[in-house]
Design a protein around this ligand. Sequence first.
Ligand SMILES: Cc1cc2nc3c(=O)[nH]c(=O)nc-3n(C[C@H](O)[C@H](O)[C@H](O)COP(=O)(O)OP(=O)(O)OC[C@H]3O[C@@H](n4cnc5c(N)ncnc54)[C@H](O)[C@@H]3O)c2cc1C
Length: 448
Amino acid sequence: MEYIVEPAKQIKVCADVDVCVIGGSCTGVFAAIRAARLGAKVAIVEKQNCFGGVATNGLVNIWHSLYDIGNKNQIIAGLTEEMIERLKTVDGVYVDLKSPTHAYYLNTEELKIELDNVIKENRIIPFLHTFYSFVITDDKKITSVLIENKDGRSAIRAKFFIDATGDGDVARDLHINSYQHDQVQPPSACFYLQGKIKNSDLADMILHHGSEVGLDDDWGWSGPLVNSELTLRVDNHVFNVLCNNAMDLTLSEMEGRRQMRALVTLLKKYGYPSEKYNLISSCSHIGIRETIHYETNFKANEMDLLCGTKYEDAVLNGTYRVDIHHGDQNGITFKDLTGKMVTYYGKRNKKIVGNWREDLSLTGDYATYYQLPFANIVGKEYENFIAVGRMIHADASSFGALRVMVNLNQLGEAAGVAAYLAIDGDVALQKLQGKHVRNMLRKGGSAL
Ligand SMILES: Cc1cc2nc3c(=O)[nH]c(=O)nc-3n(C[C@H](O)[C@H](O)[C@H](O)COP(=O)(O)OP(=O)(O)OC[C@H]3O[C@@H](n4cnc5c(N)ncnc54)[C@H](O)[C@@H]3O)c2cc1C
């Protein structure tokens, strides 16, 4: 590798705030709102043209249930519920409470606008089209981050920093211990399709004719769009890539778009003659499920999650099942809290069903929801820094459940509250009482 030397120069400070959030998915936005509502001055940096992350730029429109298994008690509320209520007022969400896992189908375009609105209402300083590029530290504290946008390079100074970039770009530059799972869940490029097709017919089509257009038999899904004839398609994956790497990310975007056209070509040739198939809109960012994870004081693990271990300083309640997309014969594995376990290989290839509770000879009632303690978002080294989102410290299986948005939204909220409390008490993050964070979350509307 050859290097050049970048000449030193003075960088202007474009914002001086209490909390700086880097990355503007709902994880980041909800962190920003929580801190702002408690009185902090907050800035948020997002590299795309809107907030929402995978839920908007990736077109992924499903938020899972806010209730426990059996739909008896509401276990998730806070800003997730608030956003759903806001979307209801603009016809921006379709609610399906009968489905055990898919509960809320969002209009991702309306979500973009609602996120703009909450940012404005809470007087958060927004930076769109702005890329985080470097972090500056003084011993165990971060003092500022460098950003790049149309104004060139500038700095944001803050008392506390939250990395909600998904990949953990700030954590990477801080050299926090990291690791990668043996099988990294592959990305998918989502798109809106005009023209109806039954999933079972599409599966047959791919099995018999997919090779004509370069499509593997792959496990995928689709979802309805609010008040629309269009369908969200998530049929394929790009395998063997790690999307926090610039070249893999570039090639994944291009391969993802190739797959979209291949699917539409297949439908035009073998789909229903009565339907007009068209590719209407492609994601503006490939949906990344997983890259790297960063260590904190608590690693989430499969058994605690599936058995529903409870914590007095819990900052997350969840029910979403373990859901692991894997490269092994283009498969997916689900494990429910009830014990049910199934692996599909491709859309049609084969299916293996089991029960993990029976395998472990577990008797008694199954857990109706799981929790995660505050220590999961507390790092070991930096006093004024939290990384929150899909870079979560978790084994591969628990990550499969925790990675969904209704879960990460809650961790974002916890990060925002913790940032405020650390500033307000003038203490290091590591000195905060998790129970105190939990109480503040509850006061702000969480169902913990
Ligand atoms: C195809 C697919 C389908 C899925 N299906 C579902 C589903 O149905 N329901 C569900 O709940 N979950 C689903 N998930 C999982 C879920 O969407 C993600 O795990 C979750 O959105 C990750 O949230 P995050 O905040 O960690 O990261 P992201 O949503 O990736 O957000 C990170 C944000 O940071 C910004 N950013 C990154 N780097 C920088 C930088 N250097 N400077 C500035 N900004 C930066 C990004 O632009 C982005 O807005 C799916 C994921 C994928 C990929």
